[in-house]
Design a protein around this ligand. Structure first.
Ligand code: ADP
Ligand code: GN1
Ligand code: MG
Length: 366
């Protein structure tokens, strides 16, 4: 059933009267709508029905979001020339409770943001300039949040990028085979299992205390960076997974999405590869903001990070396929399997170019 967007909108303290509400954007997790208001001088809004199957405690998730946006806002306000309303998400409060979320009569959780107007968002990156800008924006985001006061952020999805835990889940699903798909995916399963040991290195470095937990975004897919009409990075969105993490997660996921020459679910595997020029430009942007703060081990393993994140996503897509598509929104029955195949093809391309990837990081971080 389509939600009554006009009614939900009226439950928030938005300015302007409801004109229309449409599904919006390419997100895989929430149901996102753009609300247009009738008055020219009023903002439009993004209204989201939150996925509380994936995010188990929405009030705590929203408290993270409030802390993160308030901190970003205060840091940005102190920077001359910044346009805080466009460079940081603005949550709108529930009219009655003053909270940053609303619960409707069916028990659905909703939240609302000011719509960042005149933005651009990219699934694929076609210029070194955009890649550099994206890298810089993510580096800056980490730097701005490095002095967030108070307790550590709540872990909105525990062990989100913990590949040891992801592999445990993967093997459990293979054993129980709930959708009867295991036998037909033998080749894809083997691509995951043969790389298991190699992929545990970041978790091990963390356990050994060689890389620190920092505040990271953890979902730096390139379309979560909004650009302005001059293609300058404007705002990092999708803050649900901002929590303690290793910098490799943010660097790796951005490269996984930005440097892929095809879409994440491309039907044509021959078009999938890693564009090393995009990788280099992104790394230059990222390190221009973070070079002074990362330790030597963090820098040494940056080149490995895109392989890890591509592998994590390959594992998660395949797990969801074998589990009967319970997590990701899909458009056709083999969608998650195709997403897995794209990630494995991309991973192979990274493996082929790995020596060069390492050289590039070394040269930039010196
Ligand atoms: P998901 O977790 O489902 O990916 P996102 O929070 O990333 O959800 O939002 C989905 C899409 O909505 C984004 O990819 C972007 O296109 C758009 N979007 C989200 N927030 C805003 C905003 N404040 N202004 C403009 N567009 C937005
Ligand atoms: C999801 O929310 P969205 O669509 O930006 C997922 C990411 C994956 C991505 C793959 C909370 O990101 O971890 O990398 O899909 N987010 C969550 O496209 O699971
Ligand atoms: Mg998103």
């Amino acid at each position: 059933m389509n939600p009554d967007l006009k009614n939900i909108y009226s439950c928030f303290r938005g300015e302007g009267s409801f004109l229309s509400g449409q599904s919006f954007g390419p997100g895989h997790i929430h149901d996102t709508y753009r609300i247009e208001t009738a008055e020219k001088h009023c903002d439009d809004y993004i209204l989201q029905r939150l996925n509380n199957n994936i995010f188990k405690d929405i009030p705590r998730l929203q408290q993270n979001m409030e802390r993160v946006t308030a901190h970003l806002r205060s840091k940005l306000s102190a920077i001359a020339g910044s346009d805080v309303k466009r460079e940081c998400l603005t949550l709108i409060e529930d009219r009655d409770t003053g909270r940053s979320w609303h619960v409707d009569e069916h028990g659905n959780f909703w939240r609302m943001f000011i719509f960042i107007s005149d933005h651009r968002s990219y699934e694929r990156v076609d210029s070194h300039h955009k890649a550099f800008e994206g890298g810089k924006a993510v580096g800056r985001f980490q730097a701005l949040l490095s002095d967030l006061p108070g307790d550590p952020l709540y872990e909105t999805i525990p062990d989100f990028h913990n590949i040891v835990k992801r592999l445990e889940t993967f093997h459990k699903v293979i054993s129980s085979d709930p959708a009867g798909r295991v036998s037909s995916a033998a080749k894809e399963i083997a691509e995951i299992t043969r790389r298991e040991e190699e992929m545990k290195v970041i978790i091990r470095l963390g356990e050994e205390g060689r890389i620190p937990l920092r505040i990271t975004h953890n979902d730096t897919k390139f379309n979560n960076i909004l650009f302005d009409t001059n293609d300058r990075a404007l705002c990092i969105i999708d803050l649900d997974t901002v929590m303690p993490g290793y910098v490799h997660y943010d660097f790796g996921d951005a490269i996984r999405t930005a440097s892929n020459t095809a879409n994440e679910d491309s039907p044509d595997l021959s078009s999938v590869s890693m564009d090393i020029g995009i990788y280099e430009a992104y790394a230059k942007g990222y390190l221009s903001e973070t070079k002074g703060t990362l330790n030597d081990t963090e820098k040494e393993y940056l080149a490995f990070a895109p392989k890890l994140l591509t592998y994590i996503m390959a594992t998660r897509f395949l797990t969801d396929y074998l589990d009967g598509d319970k997590y990701y929104k899909i458009k056709y029955p083999e969608h998650n399997l195709q997403r897995n195949k794209v990630q494995i093809t991309l991973l192979r391309s990274m493996e082929d170019q790995y020596a060069r990837m390492e050289q590039i990081i070394k040269a930039i971080s010196e």
